[in-house]
Write a protein that binds this ligand. Structure first.
Ligand SMILES: [Mg+2]
Length: 118
C-alpha cells in the first residue's frame, strides 16, 4: 500500500487523521500547505492525498494546478477534506476524486479512504 499524504493547516486535524490512519496500518506524511505538499508528493509518491482547500501560502486549488503541471496528478487519488461552504462547487471544478465535508464522522471518512487508497 502506498503512503497517504495529509495536506491541512489545522494541527488538531492533522494529528487526528494521522492517528486514525496509522492505526489502520497506513504510512502517513503531513504537509501544512500546498507548497510543502508538492515537495512531499514528488519525493514520496503517495497513493492518496487528503487535501484541505483553505491553507496559507498555497491553497488546495493552486496545489491541484501545480500537481497537474508537474505531471504528478495521475499517480495519486485526491480526496478533498474541507469545511468551505463552497467546497462542493470548488471540488467539482478541480478534477479531484472525492469530497468529505468537515466535520465528518470517522467511519464515513475511513470508508472513503479504504476505497481510494492505492
Ligand atoms: Mg485549512
Amino acid at each position: 500500500m502506498k503512503p497517504i499524504l495529509i495536506v491541512d493547516d489545522d494541527p488538531g486535524l492533522q494529528e487526528m487523521l494521522q492517528a486514525t490512519l496509522e492505526y489502520e496500518g497506513y504510512t502517513v506524511f503531513i504537509a501544512e500547505d500546498g507548497q510543502k505538499a508538492l515537495a512531499v508528493a514528488e519525493q514520496e509518491h503517495p497513493g492518496l492525498v487528503l487535501l484541505d482547500l483553505m491553507m496559507p501560502r498555497m491553497d488546495g486549488r493552486a496545489f491541484m494546478a501545480e500537481l497537474e503541471r508537474r505531471g504528478l496528478r495521475g499517480e495519486m487519488a485526491v480526496l478533498v477534506v474541507s469545511a468551505d461552504r463552497h467546497a462542493k462547487e470548488i471540488a467539482e471544478g478541480l478534477n479531484v476524486d472525492g469530497l468529505i465535508l468537515k466535520p465528518f464522522d470517522v467511519p464515513e471518512f475511513m470508508a472513503a479512504v479504504h476505497q481510494m487508497a492505492r
